[in-house]
Write a protein that binds this ligand. Structure first.
Ligand code: ADP
Ligand code: MG
Length: 482
């Protein structure tokens, strides 16, 4: 048994997700990313004396949506608390957060790991405001502070210590990112800090049930870094334990250049934040009706959608996973397949030419003016062999977007239909075989792959008007005659 196999890693994650609201959690300042520094900073954000916070109901709604999507229990009686600590980018000297009453309790996220489906249990999801941003790399001597982010609404999702590998942590965060985007509560942009993760990691001997001393790696800002940091920590903790030393409870940071972590502080066991209910904010009650109304307006979730698709469409798990990656794409596919039964062909179009077009043009489904009836017609043309797929995807598809005309009309006008009769195709086949006597010999000696070359030649000579399937059939008949 290798050393690593003696141990089990135990990981709990805390994910901060910035909620996709227009304004901040307790005032009307814009919550958007990327503005000039210190331009979204009203006296409330700055914590000036005499100012009064007011809770943004959109943020509460977003938190509830996320909780419902995770199957959490939604707390009816909530209040905000002050968590007191000093930090240069925390102008009030305290953070408004939830303490004993997280808005969402329990729940779970399902991941599909190599060993099968796993349920990652959540401890809670609570609402809190973000701090500002300290910028250390603009000057050698000074730290700059941008308070635009101060007061923007966050949810913090906390898992139970029930993840046991870096890979599963990776899958978990990937799933969370998809889910928050799917239900529209967070844009999931890790590069912009909309989704950040702290990873708590410990190890114990296999079979042991007590938790080991943990380290916490702060502010991981990409899914890759989360995985790398956890892998590094697991190895490091095993090495320390094997050497006979004790693990120190620490807060650490990740260095993406070397894929290693370093200590930023030894963690005191009990921070005293002097939590108390914020006297400026009244407790807020959520009625069951309010929660149920949010529930009824929720979109179908990816896992439920996948299940229903498996029953409706004869698609592979891979295709279904792919199509359920982004809600806009899944919605588009859903609308399209209400009007066609060529489910697999439509899936291929979505994952092929349509994605390619969106990538090339840097656009999204919202901006894509693509008529579904035209797409249905296009699919029919290909399916009935009137149009070759590469012509359809290469030329006709772009024309129906850019020139907004019927694919059939466009194909006729531009002489693109595969209009040749079998007799006409046979003439081209004969021509091709005559042009390539040596290749014909090689084919007959067993180099069957040459069929592709012959078919390509027929396509060229006929200028794409010979149905390739028919051409191949005729080619095979001819070539197998002695
Ligand atoms: P804090 O608020 O001090 O960060 P919490 O008790 O709320 O601490 O836990 C934060 C996260 O750390 C949770 O995801 C929890 O599952 C995880 N965690 C707690 N103890 C351990 C441990 N010994 N090993 C791994 N993860 C842990
Ligand atoms: Mg923590």
């Amino acid at each position: 048994m290798g050393i690593a196999e003696k141990y089990e890693a135990v990981i709990g994650l805390e994910i901060h997700a910035q909620l996709a609201t227009q304004s901040k959690l307790f005032c009307g300042d814009a919550a958007s990313f990327g503005a000039a520094p210190n331009t979204h900073i009203s006296p409330i954000t700055m914590g000036h004396p005499g100012t009064l916070p007011k809770t943004n109901s959109k943020a509460i709604e977003c938190a509830i949506k996320l909780g419902l999507a995770c199957g959490s229990r939604i707390e009816n009686n909530n209040f905000f608390a002050r968590k007191n600590y000093f930090y240069p980018d925390l102008p009030k000297g305290y953070q408004i957060t939830q303490h004993t009453t997280p808005i969402c309790v329990g729940g779970a996220i399902h991941i599909k790991s190599k060993e099968g489906e796993k349920i990652i249990e959540l401890n809670r999801i609570h609402l809190e405001e973000d701090a500002g941003k300290s910028i250390h790399d603009l000057s050698d001597t000074d730290t700059y502070i941008d308070l635009n982010r101060a007061g923007t609404p966050l949810v913090e999702m906390v898992t139970e210590p029930c993840i046991h590998s870096a890979e599963d942590a990776f899958l978990f965060v990937t799933e969370v990112r998809r889910l928050v985007r799917w239900i529209g509560v967070c844009d999931g942009n890790m590069e912009e800090g909309s989704l950040r993760c702290d990873a708590n990691i410990s190890i114990r001997l296999k079979g042991e049930t007590k938790l080991g001393t943990r380290v916490e790696v702060k502010n991981l800002n990409s899914i890759r870094n989360i995985k790398k940091a956890i892998e590094f920590e697991i190895d490091r903790l095993i090495q320390i334990t094997e050497s006979g030393a004790a693990i120190l409870q620490q807060t650490r940071s990740f260095d993406a250049n070397s894929d290693t972590t370093f200590s930023i502080r030894d963690k005191e066991d009990a921070n005293d934040y002097r939590y108390f209910p914020d006297p400026d904010l009244a407790p807020f009650q959520l009625t069951d009706k309010y929660i149920n109304d949010i529930q009824s307006a929720m979109p179908i979730l990816p896992n439920a959608l996948k299940k229903s698709w498996k029953e409706t469409y004869a698609l592979s798990d891979y295709d279904i996973d792919q199509l359920c990656e982004h809600k806009e794409e899944a919605d588009f596919y859903t609308i399209w397949t209400r009007q066609t039964t060529h489910y697999k062909a439509a899936a291929n179009w979505v994952m092929g030419p349509i994605r390619e077009y969106l990538n090339e043009t840097g656009t999204n489904y919202e901006q894509l003016a693509l008529s579904i009836p035209y797409l249905v017609e296009l699919l029919e043309l290909v399916d009935s062999h009137q149009l070759n797929f590469s012509v359809a995807s290469g030329k006709v598809f772009k024309a129906i977007i850019q020139e907004a005309q019927s694919p059939k009309e466009y194909a006729i006008k531009n002489n693109l239909l595969q209009t040749l009769s079998n007799d006409e195709i046979e003439k081209w086949v004969n021509q091709v075989l005559m042009n390539h006597p040596e290749k014909v010999n090689e084919y007959k000696k067993g180099k069957k792959g040459l069929i592709g070359l012959f078919a390509g030649e027929v396509k060229k000579l006929s200028q794409g008007k010979a149905d390739p399937k028919v051409a191949i059939q005729i080619l095979e008949i001819k070539l197998n005659q002695s």
